[in-house]
Ligand binder design. Structure first.
Ligand code: PLP
Length: 458
Protein backbone atom coordinates (compact mmCIF):
# COMPACT_ATOMS: atom_id res chain seq x y z
CA UNK A 1 0.00 0.00 0.00
CA UNK A 2 2.82 2.40 0.84
CA UNK A 3 4.25 2.03 -2.63
CA UNK A 4 0.84 2.67 -4.14
CA UNK A 5 0.40 5.78 -2.05
CA UNK A 6 3.79 7.09 -3.14
CA UNK A 7 2.83 6.61 -6.76
CA UNK A 8 -0.49 8.29 -6.05
CA UNK A 9 1.24 11.32 -4.51
CA UNK A 10 3.57 11.56 -7.45
CA UNK A 11 0.75 11.42 -9.99
CA UNK A 12 -1.31 14.00 -8.12
CA UNK A 13 1.68 16.29 -7.79
CA UNK A 14 2.35 16.12 -11.53
CA UNK A 15 -1.35 16.64 -12.27
CA UNK A 16 -1.73 19.70 -10.03
CA UNK A 17 1.35 21.39 -11.47
CA UNK A 18 0.07 20.71 -14.96
CA UNK A 19 -3.42 21.94 -14.10
CA UNK A 20 -2.05 25.32 -12.99
CA UNK A 21 -0.02 25.71 -16.19
CA UNK A 22 -2.48 24.17 -18.66
CA UNK A 23 -5.99 24.68 -17.33
CA UNK A 24 -7.64 23.17 -20.42
CA UNK A 25 -6.55 20.08 -22.32
CA UNK A 26 -7.08 20.16 -26.05
CA UNK A 27 -9.62 17.47 -26.85
CA UNK A 28 -8.62 14.29 -28.66
CA UNK A 29 -11.32 13.03 -31.06
CA UNK A 30 -12.89 9.97 -29.42
CA UNK A 31 -12.11 7.72 -32.37
CA UNK A 32 -8.40 8.56 -32.00
CA UNK A 33 -8.13 7.66 -28.30
CA UNK A 34 -6.29 4.40 -28.93
CA UNK A 35 -3.71 6.11 -31.12
CA UNK A 36 -2.90 8.68 -28.43
CA UNK A 37 -3.04 6.57 -25.30
CA UNK A 38 -2.04 3.11 -24.21
CA UNK A 39 -5.62 2.36 -23.31
CA UNK A 40 -6.40 -1.15 -24.55
CA UNK A 41 -6.04 -4.16 -22.26
CA UNK A 42 -3.50 -6.93 -22.84
CA UNK A 43 -2.94 -10.56 -21.90
CA UNK A 44 0.11 -9.73 -19.83
CA UNK A 45 0.78 -7.01 -17.30
CA UNK A 46 3.44 -4.35 -17.69
CA UNK A 47 6.44 -3.22 -15.66
CA UNK A 48 6.10 -0.45 -13.10
CA UNK A 49 7.65 2.29 -15.21
CA UNK A 50 5.54 1.55 -18.28
CA UNK A 51 2.47 1.34 -16.07
CA UNK A 52 3.21 4.69 -14.46
CA UNK A 53 3.79 6.33 -17.83
CA UNK A 54 0.58 4.99 -19.32
CA UNK A 55 -1.38 6.14 -16.30
CA UNK A 56 0.25 9.56 -16.14
CA UNK A 57 -0.50 10.27 -19.77
CA UNK A 58 -4.18 9.47 -19.34
CA UNK A 59 -4.40 11.51 -16.14
CA UNK A 60 -2.80 14.57 -17.72
CA UNK A 61 -5.14 14.47 -20.69
CA UNK A 62 -8.31 14.18 -18.65
CA UNK A 63 -10.43 17.37 -18.66
CA UNK A 64 -9.49 19.49 -15.65
CA UNK A 65 -12.71 20.25 -13.88
CA UNK A 66 -11.13 22.21 -11.02
CA UNK A 67 -9.01 24.50 -13.16
CA UNK A 68 -9.51 28.24 -13.45
CA UNK A 69 -10.90 27.85 -16.96
CA UNK A 70 -13.64 25.32 -16.26
CA UNK A 71 -17.12 26.83 -16.26
CA UNK A 72 -18.81 24.16 -18.30
CA UNK A 73 -21.08 22.25 -15.99
CA UNK A 74 -22.88 22.59 -12.70
CA UNK A 75 -19.97 21.10 -10.79
CA UNK A 76 -16.30 21.89 -10.46
CA UNK A 77 -13.62 22.89 -8.00
CA UNK A 78 -11.82 20.73 -5.53
CA UNK A 79 -12.15 21.05 -1.79
CA UNK A 80 -9.22 19.69 0.18
CA UNK A 81 -11.19 18.54 3.22
CA UNK A 82 -13.74 16.79 1.04
CA UNK A 83 -11.03 15.10 -1.03
CA UNK A 84 -9.42 13.82 2.17
CA UNK A 85 -12.73 12.31 3.28
CA UNK A 86 -13.27 10.64 -0.07
CA UNK A 87 -9.78 9.17 -0.18
CA UNK A 88 -10.35 7.68 3.26
CA UNK A 89 -13.72 6.31 2.17
CA UNK A 90 -12.01 4.46 -0.67
CA UNK A 91 -9.40 2.90 1.60
CA UNK A 92 -11.93 1.98 4.30
CA UNK A 93 -14.44 0.78 1.70
CA UNK A 94 -17.35 0.34 4.07
CA UNK A 95 -20.68 -0.50 2.49
CA UNK A 96 -23.40 1.63 3.96
CA UNK A 97 -26.26 -0.85 4.30
CA UNK A 98 -25.80 -1.90 7.90
CA UNK A 99 -24.39 -0.54 11.12
CA UNK A 100 -22.62 -3.85 11.56
CA UNK A 101 -20.28 -3.22 8.61
CA UNK A 102 -20.28 0.59 8.44
CA UNK A 103 -20.11 1.44 12.16
CA UNK A 104 -19.54 5.14 12.85
CA UNK A 105 -19.88 5.91 9.12
CA UNK A 106 -23.62 5.44 9.60
CA UNK A 107 -23.43 8.11 12.29
CA UNK A 108 -21.56 10.37 9.88
CA UNK A 109 -24.34 10.11 7.29
CA UNK A 110 -27.04 10.44 9.94
CA UNK A 111 -25.42 13.58 11.37
CA UNK A 112 -25.46 15.28 7.95
CA UNK A 113 -29.10 14.37 7.34
CA UNK A 114 -30.27 15.45 10.77
CA UNK A 115 -28.38 18.73 10.78
CA UNK A 116 -29.60 19.53 7.25
CA UNK A 117 -33.21 18.92 8.33
CA UNK A 118 -32.69 21.14 11.36
CA UNK A 119 -31.26 23.96 9.25
CA UNK A 120 -34.17 23.98 6.79
CA UNK A 121 -36.72 23.74 9.60
CA UNK A 122 -37.99 20.30 8.59
CA UNK A 123 -39.62 18.76 11.66
CA UNK A 124 -38.70 15.13 12.44
CA UNK A 125 -36.93 14.92 9.11
CA UNK A 126 -35.27 11.76 7.87
CA UNK A 127 -33.32 11.19 4.72
CA UNK A 128 -31.15 9.11 2.47
CA UNK A 129 -28.34 9.37 -0.03
CA UNK A 130 -28.40 8.23 -3.65
CA UNK A 131 -25.91 8.50 -6.51
CA UNK A 132 -26.80 11.98 -7.73
CA UNK A 133 -29.63 14.45 -7.98
CA UNK A 134 -31.42 12.52 -10.70
CA UNK A 135 -31.64 9.55 -8.34
CA UNK A 136 -32.73 11.54 -5.27
CA UNK A 137 -35.41 13.10 -7.49
CA UNK A 138 -36.44 9.56 -8.44
CA UNK A 139 -36.72 8.62 -4.77
CA UNK A 140 -39.06 11.57 -4.21
CA UNK A 141 -41.33 10.53 -7.08
CA UNK A 142 -41.44 6.94 -5.84
CA UNK A 143 -42.46 8.08 -2.35
CA UNK A 144 -45.11 10.39 -3.75
CA UNK A 145 -46.50 7.64 -6.02
CA UNK A 146 -46.75 5.16 -3.13
CA UNK A 147 -48.32 7.77 -0.90
CA UNK A 148 -51.05 8.66 -3.38
CA UNK A 149 -51.57 5.16 -4.81
CA UNK A 150 -50.95 2.83 -1.89
CA UNK A 151 -51.30 -0.31 -4.00
CA UNK A 152 -48.75 0.76 -6.60
CA UNK A 153 -45.83 -0.91 -4.91
CA UNK A 154 -47.65 -4.24 -4.66
CA UNK A 155 -49.80 -4.46 -7.76
CA UNK A 156 -48.21 -1.94 -10.06
CA UNK A 157 -49.55 1.51 -10.73
CA UNK A 158 -53.37 1.61 -10.49
CA UNK A 159 -54.25 5.26 -10.90
CA UNK A 160 -53.89 7.89 -13.61
CA UNK A 161 -51.26 9.83 -11.76
CA UNK A 162 -50.08 13.20 -13.09
CA UNK A 163 -46.87 15.04 -12.16
CA UNK A 164 -46.12 18.75 -12.63
CA UNK A 165 -42.81 20.42 -13.22
CA UNK A 166 -41.73 23.59 -15.00
CA UNK A 167 -40.62 23.68 -18.62
CA UNK A 168 -37.18 24.72 -17.36
CA UNK A 169 -36.77 21.84 -14.92
CA UNK A 170 -34.20 19.06 -15.15
CA UNK A 171 -34.67 16.25 -17.65
CA UNK A 172 -34.52 13.63 -14.89
CA UNK A 173 -38.15 14.41 -14.00
CA UNK A 174 -39.55 12.95 -17.23
CA UNK A 175 -37.11 10.04 -17.14
CA UNK A 176 -38.19 9.31 -13.59
CA UNK A 177 -41.83 9.37 -14.69
CA UNK A 178 -40.97 6.52 -17.05
CA UNK A 179 -38.99 4.63 -14.36
CA UNK A 180 -41.85 4.87 -11.83
CA UNK A 181 -44.40 3.45 -14.27
CA UNK A 182 -46.18 6.78 -14.59
CA UNK A 183 -45.16 7.37 -18.20
CA UNK A 184 -43.43 10.39 -19.67
CA UNK A 185 -46.67 11.71 -21.15
CA UNK A 186 -48.13 12.07 -17.69
CA UNK A 187 -45.79 14.90 -16.78
CA UNK A 188 -47.20 18.39 -17.34
CA UNK A 189 -44.69 21.09 -18.16
CA UNK A 190 -45.78 24.34 -16.57
CA UNK A 191 -44.85 27.68 -18.09
CA UNK A 192 -42.28 29.93 -16.48
CA UNK A 193 -41.97 33.70 -16.32
CA UNK A 194 -39.17 35.55 -18.12
CA UNK A 195 -36.73 34.76 -15.29
CA UNK A 196 -37.43 31.03 -15.60
CA UNK A 197 -39.57 30.67 -12.44
CA UNK A 198 -42.67 28.48 -12.50
CA UNK A 199 -45.90 30.49 -12.65
CA UNK A 200 -48.16 29.27 -9.80
CA UNK A 201 -51.38 30.34 -11.56
CA UNK A 202 -50.48 28.21 -14.56
CA UNK A 203 -49.81 25.26 -12.28
CA UNK A 204 -53.19 25.58 -10.59
CA UNK A 205 -54.90 25.86 -13.94
CA UNK A 206 -53.27 22.64 -15.14
CA UNK A 207 -54.20 20.80 -11.94
CA UNK A 208 -57.86 21.80 -12.07
CA UNK A 209 -58.05 20.87 -15.73
CA UNK A 210 -56.61 17.42 -15.03
CA UNK A 211 -58.98 16.84 -12.11
CA UNK A 212 -61.93 17.80 -14.31
CA UNK A 213 -60.81 15.19 -16.83
CA UNK A 214 -60.61 12.44 -14.23
CA UNK A 215 -56.85 12.34 -13.73
CA UNK A 216 -55.20 12.19 -10.33
CA UNK A 217 -52.60 14.91 -9.77
CA UNK A 218 -50.07 13.71 -7.18
CA UNK A 219 -46.68 15.43 -7.43
CA UNK A 220 -45.19 18.86 -8.00
CA UNK A 221 -41.50 19.25 -8.65
CA UNK A 222 -40.16 22.71 -7.85
CA UNK A 223 -36.61 23.57 -8.85
CA UNK A 224 -34.14 25.51 -6.73
CA UNK A 225 -31.68 26.56 -9.39
CA UNK A 226 -32.89 25.61 -12.87
CA UNK A 227 -30.34 24.01 -15.13
CA UNK A 228 -29.99 26.85 -17.64
CA UNK A 229 -30.90 30.12 -15.92
CA UNK A 230 -30.37 29.10 -12.29
CA UNK A 231 -33.88 30.26 -11.38
CA UNK A 232 -35.68 29.47 -8.12
CA UNK A 233 -39.33 28.43 -8.30
CA UNK A 234 -41.55 30.13 -5.67
CA UNK A 235 -41.70 27.30 -3.13
CA UNK A 236 -44.01 29.02 -0.68
CA UNK A 237 -46.72 29.71 -3.26
CA UNK A 238 -46.37 26.23 -4.71
CA UNK A 239 -46.72 24.72 -1.23
CA UNK A 240 -50.12 26.40 -0.84
CA UNK A 241 -51.29 24.82 -4.09
CA UNK A 242 -49.86 21.45 -3.04
CA UNK A 243 -51.78 21.67 0.21
CA UNK A 244 -55.03 22.75 -1.41
CA UNK A 245 -55.07 19.82 -3.86
CA UNK A 246 -53.20 17.33 -1.67
CA UNK A 247 -50.14 16.89 -3.84
CA UNK A 248 -46.64 15.94 -2.78
CA UNK A 249 -44.28 18.89 -3.18
CA UNK A 250 -40.67 18.01 -3.94
CA UNK A 251 -37.90 20.58 -4.30
CA UNK A 252 -35.09 19.64 -6.66
CA UNK A 253 -32.18 21.55 -5.18
CA UNK A 254 -29.44 19.65 -7.01
CA UNK A 255 -27.92 22.84 -8.37
CA UNK A 256 -28.64 25.57 -5.82
CA UNK A 257 -30.44 23.86 -2.93
CA UNK A 258 -27.30 24.19 -0.80
CA UNK A 259 -28.07 27.92 -0.60
CA UNK A 260 -29.81 27.08 2.69
CA UNK A 261 -26.40 27.07 4.35
CA UNK A 262 -26.17 30.83 3.87
CA UNK A 263 -28.09 33.30 6.03
CA UNK A 264 -27.86 35.77 3.22
CA UNK A 265 -29.27 33.53 0.49
CA UNK A 266 -31.60 31.10 2.24
CA UNK A 267 -34.50 33.46 1.48
CA UNK A 268 -34.34 32.15 -2.10
CA UNK A 269 -35.77 28.89 -0.67
CA UNK A 270 -38.57 30.44 1.37
CA UNK A 271 -41.18 27.83 2.21
CA UNK A 272 -38.71 24.95 2.27
CA UNK A 273 -39.88 24.03 5.79
CA UNK A 274 -43.27 23.06 4.30
CA UNK A 275 -42.27 20.69 1.55
CA UNK A 276 -42.69 16.92 1.40
CA UNK A 277 -39.17 16.28 0.17
CA UNK A 278 -36.07 18.22 -0.71
CA UNK A 279 -32.90 17.07 -2.43
CA UNK A 280 -29.57 18.81 -2.65
CA UNK A 281 -26.12 17.96 -3.94
CA UNK A 282 -22.85 18.33 -2.09
CA UNK A 283 -21.05 17.91 -5.41
CA UNK A 284 -22.34 21.08 -7.02
CA UNK A 285 -22.21 24.31 -4.98
CA UNK A 286 -20.12 22.79 -2.22
CA UNK A 287 -17.41 21.33 -4.47
CA UNK A 288 -17.41 17.89 -2.85
CA UNK A 289 -16.25 15.04 -5.12
CA UNK A 290 -19.13 13.59 -7.13
CA UNK A 291 -21.51 11.93 -6.25
CA UNK A 292 -22.91 13.40 -3.09
CA UNK A 293 -26.65 13.78 -3.05
CA UNK A 294 -29.17 13.86 -0.21
CA UNK A 295 -32.92 13.61 0.00
CA UNK A 296 -34.74 14.82 3.09
CA UNK A 297 -38.37 14.27 4.03
CA UNK A 298 -40.55 14.84 7.09
CA UNK A 299 -42.48 11.64 6.19
CA UNK A 300 -40.54 8.82 7.81
CA UNK A 301 -43.27 6.31 6.99
CA UNK A 302 -43.20 7.21 3.32
CA UNK A 303 -39.46 6.59 3.18
CA UNK A 304 -39.84 3.16 4.79
CA UNK A 305 -42.98 2.21 2.86
CA UNK A 306 -41.29 2.82 -0.46
CA UNK A 307 -37.81 1.53 0.18
CA UNK A 308 -37.68 -1.07 2.92
CA UNK A 309 -37.74 -4.78 2.35
CA UNK A 310 -36.88 -7.54 4.75
CA UNK A 311 -33.71 -9.51 4.03
CA UNK A 312 -32.75 -11.89 6.78
CA UNK A 313 -29.31 -12.51 5.29
CA UNK A 314 -28.51 -8.80 5.53
CA UNK A 315 -30.35 -7.05 8.34
CA UNK A 316 -29.33 -9.12 11.34
CA UNK A 317 -28.47 -6.62 14.04
CA UNK A 318 -29.27 -3.14 15.31
CA UNK A 319 -32.39 -1.07 14.74
CA UNK A 320 -33.63 0.00 11.32
CA UNK A 321 -32.67 3.54 12.14
CA UNK A 322 -29.00 2.54 11.89
CA UNK A 323 -29.35 0.10 9.02
CA UNK A 324 -29.50 2.50 6.12
CA UNK A 325 -30.05 -0.32 3.66
CA UNK A 326 -33.65 -0.16 4.85
CA UNK A 327 -34.18 3.26 3.31
CA UNK A 328 -31.96 3.08 0.26
CA UNK A 329 -32.49 2.33 -3.42
CA UNK A 330 -29.36 0.25 -3.41
CA UNK A 331 -28.05 -2.78 -1.57
CA UNK A 332 -24.29 -2.34 -1.25
CA UNK A 333 -23.61 1.36 -1.25
CA UNK A 334 -20.50 3.49 -1.41
CA UNK A 335 -19.72 5.80 1.49
CA UNK A 336 -20.56 9.15 -0.09
CA UNK A 337 -21.18 10.80 3.26
CA UNK A 338 -17.68 10.96 4.73
CA UNK A 339 -16.33 13.44 2.17
CA UNK A 340 -19.11 15.91 2.93
CA UNK A 341 -18.78 15.33 6.66
CA UNK A 342 -15.01 16.03 6.66
CA UNK A 343 -15.72 19.30 4.85
CA UNK A 344 -18.58 20.34 7.13
CA UNK A 345 -16.76 19.27 10.31
CA UNK A 346 -13.62 21.18 9.33
CA UNK A 347 -15.20 24.50 8.38
CA UNK A 348 -18.51 24.37 10.21
CA UNK A 349 -21.94 25.42 9.05
CA UNK A 350 -20.69 29.01 8.83
CA UNK A 351 -17.90 27.90 6.53
CA UNK A 352 -20.38 26.22 4.18
CA UNK A 353 -22.47 29.40 4.27
CA UNK A 354 -19.38 31.40 3.34
CA UNK A 355 -18.78 29.12 0.32
CA UNK A 356 -22.34 29.82 -0.85
CA UNK A 357 -21.92 33.57 -0.28
CA UNK A 358 -18.66 33.57 -2.19
CA UNK A 359 -20.24 31.89 -5.22
CA UNK A 360 -23.08 34.40 -5.43
CA UNK A 361 -20.59 37.23 -4.99
CA UNK A 362 -18.26 36.09 -7.78
CA UNK A 363 -21.30 35.38 -9.99
CA UNK A 364 -22.40 38.98 -9.38
CA UNK A 365 -18.98 40.14 -10.53
CA UNK A 366 -19.39 38.18 -13.76
CA UNK A 367 -22.95 39.41 -14.25
CA UNK A 368 -21.93 43.01 -13.69
CA UNK A 369 -19.07 42.66 -16.13
CA UNK A 370 -21.24 41.41 -18.98
CA UNK A 371 -24.00 43.95 -18.30
CA UNK A 372 -21.60 46.89 -18.32
CA UNK A 373 -19.55 45.91 -21.38
CA UNK A 374 -21.30 46.84 -24.63
CA UNK A 375 -19.91 43.89 -26.63
CA UNK A 376 -21.98 41.49 -24.55
CA UNK A 377 -25.70 40.79 -24.70
CA UNK A 378 -27.07 39.25 -21.51
CA UNK A 379 -29.69 36.49 -21.22
CA UNK A 380 -29.70 35.68 -17.50
CA UNK A 381 -30.73 37.55 -14.36
CA UNK A 382 -28.96 38.93 -11.30
CA UNK A 383 -28.64 36.61 -8.31
CA UNK A 384 -27.95 33.50 -10.39
CA UNK A 385 -24.81 31.36 -10.56
CA UNK A 386 -25.42 30.92 -14.29
CA UNK A 387 -24.40 33.94 -16.30
CA UNK A 388 -25.73 33.65 -19.84
CA UNK A 389 -24.49 35.89 -22.62
CA UNK A 390 -23.37 36.31 -26.20
CA UNK A 391 -20.20 38.12 -27.21
CA UNK A 392 -20.09 40.34 -30.28
CA UNK A 393 -23.06 38.40 -31.59
CA UNK A 394 -20.92 35.31 -32.31
CA UNK A 395 -22.87 32.07 -32.54
CA UNK A 396 -22.62 30.53 -29.05
CA UNK A 397 -21.98 26.97 -30.20
CA UNK A 398 -19.17 28.04 -32.52
CA UNK A 399 -17.54 30.12 -29.80
CA UNK A 400 -17.89 27.40 -27.16
CA UNK A 401 -16.34 24.76 -29.45
CA UNK A 402 -13.55 27.06 -30.54
CA UNK A 403 -12.57 27.86 -26.93
CA UNK A 404 -12.44 24.15 -26.18
CA UNK A 405 -10.67 23.02 -29.35
CA UNK A 406 -7.91 25.58 -28.84
CA UNK A 407 -7.48 24.66 -25.17
CA UNK A 408 -8.54 28.08 -23.89
CA UNK A 409 -11.53 27.40 -21.64
CA UNK A 410 -14.38 25.01 -21.09
CA UNK A 411 -17.75 26.71 -21.12
CA UNK A 412 -20.97 25.41 -22.59
CA UNK A 413 -23.87 26.93 -24.46
CA UNK A 414 -27.58 26.59 -23.97
CA UNK A 415 -30.74 27.37 -25.84
CA UNK A 416 -33.89 28.95 -24.53
CA UNK A 417 -36.83 30.38 -26.50
CA UNK A 418 -34.93 29.72 -29.72
CA UNK A 419 -31.98 31.88 -28.66
CA UNK A 420 -28.66 30.26 -27.96
CA UNK A 421 -26.06 31.74 -25.65
CA UNK A 422 -22.95 30.92 -23.66
CA UNK A 423 -23.78 29.63 -20.17
CA UNK A 424 -20.98 30.50 -17.77
CA UNK A 425 -21.46 28.44 -14.61
CA UNK A 426 -19.87 29.96 -11.54
CA UNK A 427 -19.60 26.96 -9.24
CA UNK A 428 -15.93 26.72 -8.24
CA UNK A 429 -15.50 28.28 -4.79
CA UNK A 430 -11.72 28.36 -5.28
CA UNK A 431 -12.12 31.09 -7.92
CA UNK A 432 -11.77 34.73 -6.94
CA UNK A 433 -13.36 37.78 -8.56
CA UNK A 434 -10.11 38.21 -10.44
CA UNK A 435 -10.22 34.63 -11.79
CA UNK A 436 -13.74 35.16 -13.00
CA UNK A 437 -12.83 38.41 -14.75
CA UNK A 438 -9.83 36.70 -16.25
CA UNK A 439 -12.16 34.24 -18.00
CA UNK A 440 -13.74 37.12 -19.91
CA UNK A 441 -10.36 38.61 -20.71
CA UNK A 442 -9.19 35.27 -22.11
CA UNK A 443 -12.36 34.92 -24.15
CA UNK A 444 -11.94 38.40 -25.61
CA UNK A 445 -8.30 37.71 -26.49
CA UNK A 446 -9.27 34.46 -28.15
CA UNK A 447 -11.89 36.19 -30.27
CA UNK A 448 -9.46 38.95 -31.21
CA UNK A 449 -6.87 36.36 -32.28
CA UNK A 450 -9.40 34.42 -34.35
CA UNK A 451 -11.61 37.27 -35.40
CA UNK A 452 -11.64 36.51 -39.09
CA UNK A 453 -13.01 33.07 -38.45
CA UNK A 454 -15.24 33.77 -35.44
CA UNK A 455 -16.76 37.08 -36.48
CA UNK A 456 -17.96 35.41 -39.66
CA UNK A 457 -20.35 33.54 -37.33
CA UNK A 458 -21.76 36.76 -35.89
C1 PLP B 1 -27.54 18.57 -11.82
C2 PLP B 1 -28.99 18.59 -11.66
C3 PLP B 1 -29.70 17.40 -11.47
C4 PLP B 1 -29.06 16.06 -11.59
O1 PLP B 1 -28.13 15.86 -10.59
P1 PLP B 1 -27.00 14.76 -10.81
O2 PLP B 1 -26.31 14.74 -9.50
O3 PLP B 1 -26.17 15.24 -11.94
O4 PLP B 1 -27.71 13.48 -11.14
C5 PLP B 1 -31.06 17.48 -11.21
N1 PLP B 1 -31.69 18.66 -11.17
C6 PLP B 1 -31.04 19.83 -11.36
C7 PLP B 1 -31.79 21.11 -11.27
C8 PLP B 1 -29.68 19.83 -11.62
O5 PLP B 1 -29.04 20.97 -11.83
Amino acid sequence: MQKTLNLFNQLVDTFLKDEAKNPVVKPVPPEELEQHFDILLNENGMDDIEFQNALEKIVLHTPKIASKQFYNQLYGGRNNYAVLGDLLAVVLNTSMYTYKVAGPMVGVEKAIIEKSCELIGMQDGVGAMAPGGSMTNLMSMIMARDWKDDQARFKGIQKQLIAYTSIDSHYSIVKNAAFTGLGRDNVRHIATNEKGEMIPEMLELAITKDIAQGFMPFYINATAGTTVLGAFDPIEELSQIAKKYQLWLHVDGAYCGASFFSHKHRGKLKGLDRVDSFSYNGHKMLNTPTNCSFILTPHKNALYDSFSSEASYLFQKDSDEYNFGKTSMQCGRRNDALKFWTLWKAIGTNGLGAMVDHLFETADTAFEYVTTHPDYSVHSFPGSLSVCFNYKGIDAKTLSHSLHDEGVSLVSYAELNETSFIRFVNINTMNSNEDVLNFFKTLEEHVEKNKEHLLSYA
